[in-house]
Structure formats: structure tokens, C-alpha cells
Design a protein around this ligand. Structure first.
Ligand code: XIL
Length: 336
């Protein structure tokens, strides 16, 4: 349907396990052209000596059988609940282990993935700072274990160079969230991509996660943020890597939070929001620079926001398409 990858994040464990759920398999193979592993290809899921990851193998082979491509997520990410022990307890061999992981995973999946989120979330975010206070002006980086061990952002350059060497044909992305707000973090993103280019890091694109609220970020901010990356380099692709649109906004004042949503009117607003974002993607991102759009999960109960509660996805708990599904479809048809 689209001439860019249309993706969905899938689980290979728990209630939404794609490998054991026929209905979800039908949804994924019938509506998408790409998958991302919601968790299974993150750092802690690999054996650090052999890089064995049997569930990732099964997922990738399912994708192949069903003619779907795989976007790798992610070679480097900081949260310690999804990190190998060498990163949780860094020792003097930290850099060796770091390079070994990026090389090992990228080599294992060479020819199996079309693209990678090479580094995920390297920018400081006040809403997710893990105790880090705001970095000094013009220093936008998250002080993750990688940043601290490398004494700065050079680990990002190292990761891109290592990934390119290991798998020369995969497209390599830098991925982050809240970068669509067109605020400090977007400035940080421009700063980081400028630095990566100066360092000749082989970067092909920028991933905007796009976990958005009903009324945040504004469409004007979203468009301006994408435009900044488009203007920065004549070649970088823009990929919406983790799109989901929440119904609730617990951050607004007063909070706007509903506790159930059976055909609730908010679903119409959600539909329009999905439509607006996809329409903007066609309007702002030139055709040859569209890296694709991925929705972060299949059905509402699968969503990482489900317990908030929220209903951010395209299928409901009965695995029926929601108004949001029609919104995506209409926007994709209009864009062709
Ligand atoms: C989330 C998954 O959806 C959850 O299942 C998991 O518990 C935590 O990670 N940014 C990312 C994704 O890049 O990997 C995160 O996925 C959501 C935020």
C-alpha cells in the first residue's frame, strides 16, 4: 500500500506473543510490511559470547516467511533493566564489551534486518533523567553509562562505525523521543546529528519515536522538528519509529483521564490525530527521504501504556480495528 515501510512493534512473549497468536499474525501480515521487536532485540536479550537469541531468530524467520522486513531495535540503549551485566557494572573492559556487543549483534543479523536503531535516547530529557540534573547549556547529552564511560558522546560515533562495518547494507538510524516538541531536545538533536556528521559517523536517518498525546506536541512543532533534520542534510531519512497516540493526558492541568473507553468519543479525536500526523509526514518529508512509519504495538491491551490506562493503538481488545485504523488507512490512501 505504501512505498515506504509500514511497520508495527511485536512481542514474542506474554499475552500478545505474535509467535503463538494466530489472530495477531493475520493482522500483522495483512496490514504491515515491516516489524520491530518491541523488546526482544534490545541489549540484554543476547548471549554476550555467542549472541544467541532464539526468540529473535524465530521472529525474524516468521517475518521472512510472511514477506515482512525487520527494523532492528536497538543496538545501544541505556535503561539498566534491559542491559547486559557488563553495562550494569562497568569494569575496565567496558569499551571492548561495548564494541563487541554492537559488532556481535549487527553481524548476527546481517542480511536479516534492513535497518537499525543504532543508538536510542542519547539525549537528556528532563522527564526521564534518572536523577541527572540539567546539563550545562549547549551540552544536551544524557549521562548514561555509555556517555560516562566514554566521557562524552564519542560512543555514538563508535557505535555507528562499528555497525556499518559489521553490516554495510543496513540503514543506520539515531532514534529518540520528545524530539518532535521543537524545544530544547530538538535543538539537542540537531546538535548531535551535526556532531555525528562532523565525526563522519555513517548515519542514514533519524527516528522520531512519536509517543504523542491528544494535544501534544502540536502539529506545528512536529512539522518544524522534522523540517530541521530535513534541512540539516540533503540525504538523511526521517522514520516515525514508535508511533502511538494516547487518549488520556495525565500531564495536563487538570489531568484529562478517562478510566474506560468503549466506543468513547475520544476515539474520533485519536483517529484525526493519527490522520494529521501521517498527512504531515507525506507533506513535509520528501518521498525519497521517508524511512517509514511504525506503530508501537498491535492492539490496545498490548500497549506499554495500557495500564495507565490508555488505548493508544489501532486495534481494540477484541482485535477489531478502531476508528484510528480507518484514520491511518485514509491518510495513507490520500498520500499515495
Ligand atoms: C518499551 C516497551 O514497549 C515495553 O514493553 C518495555 O517494558 C520498555 O520499553 N522507547 C523505546 C522503546 O525506544 O524501546 C520502549 O519500549 C518505549 C520507549
Amino acid at each position: 500500500m505504501t512505498n515506504f515501510p509500514l511497520g508495527v512493534a511485536v512481542a514474542v512473549d506474554g499475552n500478545a506473543n505474535l509467535l503463538s497468536n494466530q489472530q495477531r499474525q493475520t493482522i500483522v501480515s495483512g496490514n504491515f510490511s515491516q516489524i520491530s521487536a518491541e523488546n526482544q532485540m534490545k541489549m540484554s536479550y543476547y548471549n554476550e559470547s555467542t549472541f544467541a537469541n532464539p526468540l529473535a531468530d524465530q521472529m525474524i524467520s516468521w517475518a521472512k516467511t510472511n514477506n515482512l522486513s525487520v527494523h532492528g531495535h536497538a543496538l545501544v540503549w541505556h535503561p539498566d533493566y534491559q542491559q547486559p551485566s557488563w553495562a550494569k557494572n562497568p569494569g575496565s573492559d567496558f569499551k571492548t564489551k561495548f564494541i563487541n556487543h554492537v559488532r556481535g549483534v549487527a553481524t548476527k543479523h546481517k542480511g536479516q534486518v534492513v535497518s537499525w536503531d543504532v543508538v536510542n535516547e542519547a539525549l537528556y530529557d528532563p522527564a526521564d533523567a534518572g536523577g541527572q540534573s540539567a546539563p550545562p547549556q549547549a551540552e544536551y547529552y544524557r549521562h548514561s553509562v555509555f556517555h560516562n564511560q566514554y566521557n562524552g558522546p564519542s560512543y555514538i560515533v563508535e557505535a555507528f562505525k562499528t555497525a556499518r562495518q559489521a553490516d554495510p547494507t543496513a540503514e543506520l538510524y539515531y532514534n529518540d523521543f520528545n524530539t518532535e516538541e521543537n524545544g530544547n531536545k530538538t535543538t539537542g538533536l540537531v546538535n548531535l546529528i551535526t556532531y555525528l556528521k562532523q565525526q563522519q559517523a555513517p548515519i542514514d536517518g533519524v527516528g522520531f519515536q512519536m509517543h504523542v498525546l491528544p494535544d501534544w506536541a502540536s502539529m506545528a512543532s512536529i512539522e518544524a522538528s522534522w523540517q530541521k533534520i530535513i534541512n540539516l542534510d540533503p540525504r538523511l531519512k526521517i522514520k516515525l519509529t514508535e508511533l502511538d497516540v494516547r487518549v488520556n493526558n495525565k500531564y495536563s492541568n487538570p489531568p484529562k483521564v478517562i478510566s474506560s473507553c468503549n466506543n468513547c468519543p475520544e476515539l474520533q479525536q485519536q483517529k484525526q490525530r493519527y490522520k494529521d500526523i501521517i498527512a504531515a509526514y507525506y507533506r513535509i518529508v520528501p518521498a525519497d527521504r521517508r524511512g517509514g512509519i511504525t506503530i508501537w504495538g498491535i492492539a490496545d491491551p498490548d500497549s506499554w501504556f495500557a495500564s495507565d490506562p490508555d488505548w493508544p493503538l489501532l486495534w481494540n481488545a477484541s482485535l477489531q480495528p478502531k476508528p484510528a485504523f480507518d484514520g491511518v488507512k485514509e491518510a495513507l490512501q490520500a498520500g499515495q
